[in-house]
Design a protein around this ligand. Structure first.
Ligand code: NAI
Length: 309
């Protein structure tokens, strides 16, 4: 079945260039009405201009789609609220939110100012939380919402010189995990996309041959699936150059120490066993981890706990 977005309304943040532009065009090409959000800043977050967002909205309209540009700063709750109010006035619903806006302020941690740390967290984490928070009651009332948070290999795996960005991008996973649980009853599905693409953000980092393979358009189809009617929820999709993979977090079965055995020396001595991947599990929520530990300790003592499965 074709994936279509007819009668769906989407907000794409940071959609004036790069990945966001590609996502906005991809959604519009399959029928979505699109709010093209962009503050029009430089890669490090300086300046402000509506030109790029206007150009993308015009491109969509010229192709027969419906779109308007909005220059809200995602880090400003008030500006995001204005954008969402305008969307509701114009189209009466919001089905899809693609949190994509982003900046970089790279430096090694020792040389990074806390202003640069906060600024990056503000745009990526607070910006995504702002947009999702303002849309949340609308999704709940509709009984439908699709949210993507843009993470990064830097957040999932680390990248030298990106303590601010890596921390903010790892936070997307934490936000997703909780919103997935809280949104499930009202059919709000929340996923992360961890792209690697040739954009102005990365153009100086790779040879032209690699950049050519990593066009944003090779990633957008993954994003379109993550915001579709049959989307999964709580998936971290990593994507680039037409490759799509899932990043997952597992916990090993672990070891159990009891009584006087619980010493740092015994923890050190059993690191190999603790890291053994046999029977590793993907846990569904934090309390299932608590239950796992309490059950193991209780079992070793011949006790049973008053918890069902
Ligand atoms: P880009 O620099 O081409 O586009 C980012 C857009 O966000 C720009 O148009 C900018 O004006 C806008 N923006 C920045 N701050 C904003 C704010 N406060 N409010 C509204 N708009 C704002 O970058 P690119 O590469 O397209 O990145 C898109 C997203 O993907 C970002 O979240 C980035 O961190 C993430 N990402 C990109 C990777 C890549 O390889 N290009 C790798 C991993 C993640």
């Amino acid at each position: 079945m074709d994936i279509r977005f007819d009668d769906r309304v989407a907000i794409v943040t940071g959609a004036g260039t790069g990945l966001g532009r590609s996502h906005a065009l991809g959604l519009a090409a399959r029928g979505a009405k699109v709010v093209v959000n962009d503050l029009g800043v430089s890669t490090d977050g300086q300046g402000r201009s509506s030109d790029a967002a206007e150009a993308v909205a015009e491109e969509i309209r010229a192709a027969g789609g419906e779109a308007f540009a909005h220059g809200a700063d995602v880090a400003s709750e008030a500006e995001v609220a204005d954008m969402v109010a305008k969307t509701m006035d114009t189209w009466g619903r919001i089905d899809i939110l693609v949190n994509n806006a982003g900046i970089l302020r790279d430096k090694t941690f020792g040389k990074m100012t806390m202003d640069d740390f906060r600024k990056v967290v503000d745009v990526h984490l607070i910006g995504s939380a702002n947009c999702t928070h303002v849309c949340w009651p609308i999704f709940r009332a509709q009984g439908y919402g699709r949210v993507v948070l843009t993470s990064s290999g830097s957040g999932l795996y680390g990248n030298f010189g990106q303590a601010n960005y890596g921390a903010a991008k790892a936070a997307m996973m934490g936000l997703m995990n909780v919103l997935h649980l809280e949104g499930a009853r009202e059919d709000i599905r929340v996923n992360c996309l961890a792209p690697t693409a040739a954009t102005r953000m990365t153009e100086s980092l790779m040879p032209p041959e690699a950049l050519e393979l990593l066009a944003p358009e090779t990633i957008t189809p993954g994003l379109l699936y993550l915001v579709s009617e049959d989307a999964p929820s709580r998936v971290i999709m990593s994507a680039g150059a037409g490759c799509f993979a899932q990043t997952r977090v597992y916990e090993t079965d672990g070891i159990l120490l009891q009584g006087d055995e619980i010493t740092p020396e015994n923890v050190a001595a059993q690191m190999d066993q603790m890291q053994n991947a046999i029977n590793q599990q993907e846990l569904t929520d934090a309390f299932s981890q608590t239950k796992k530990y309490a059950r193991k300790a209780a079992e070793a003592r011949g006790l049973s706990l008053p918890w069902g499965e």
